[in-house]
Write a protein that binds this ligand. Structure first.
Ligand code: SF4
Length: 190
């Protein structure tokens, strides 16, 4: 996760696009899909992750998410890395797939997938549709980059920039999944 400096000139969306195109910028700004997901799940989690704080790989939710993602639909998709910033799974029919263990946190997963579609469209110049899959629940949902979704993605990009360039993390707000969060001890240990 990259946030060089604490202040930016101009719109973070433009800054991200110019950074992705290797144009000269006063401050590089790169956003990964996971950062978008964190932004939607918990902005404090995003801030911690942007500081490269140690994550507990034995954390139950992390392990479960990794296991499902690595083993589901493996025969039907190819992993493609773009610019060293985003890694996407592409199905045989060209759609971009995001696999999540459950539909409980569907909005963060949808934002992550939409960001991939936005990045492909705006940076690579390729239009793609997406599919959000929850294999353990046998659910699939088609996702498209509509004008409304573009606004959502670009608003989130600006929000990510605000969070990760802040000198201090947003305050902790208790959420149903705090217990399984890798940063639980940073928030709730007395
Ligand atoms: S423990 Fe809760 S408040 Fe703290 S970073 Fe994790 S999700 Fe956010």
């Amino acid at each position: 996760m990259t946030a060089k400096g604490n202040h930016t000139e101009g719109d973070p969306v433009e800054l991200l696009l110019r950074s992705a195109r290797d144009e000269a910028v006063s401050e590089e700004f790169h956003v990964t899909g996971v950062m978008m997901q964190y932004y939607e799940v918990c902005k404090r989690e995003l801030w911690f992750a942007s500081r490269h704080l140690e994550i507990d790989r034995d954390n139950a939710s992390v392990v479960r998410g990794t296991h499902v993602d690595e083993t589901s639909y493996a025969e039907k998709r190819r992993n493609v890395s773009i610019d060293g910033t985003i890694a996407i799974d592409v199905l045989d029919d060209g759609r971009v797939m995001e696999v999540k263990p459950s539909s409980t946190l569907v909005e963060p997963a949808k934002l992550q997938l939409l960001y991939y579609l936005w990045y492909l469209d705006r940076v690579v110049g390729v239009e793609r549709e997406g599919v959000l899959a929850h294999p353990t629940e046998r659910k699939r949902e088609s996702v498209e980059l509509t004008a409304e979704n573009v606004e959502w993605v670009e608003s989130a990009i600006r929000g990510v920039h605000d969070v990760i360039t802040s000198d201090s993390p947003p305050p902790a707000e208790e959420k149903p999944f705090c217990e399984s969060c890798a940063y639980h001890d940073f928030c709730w240990s007395c």
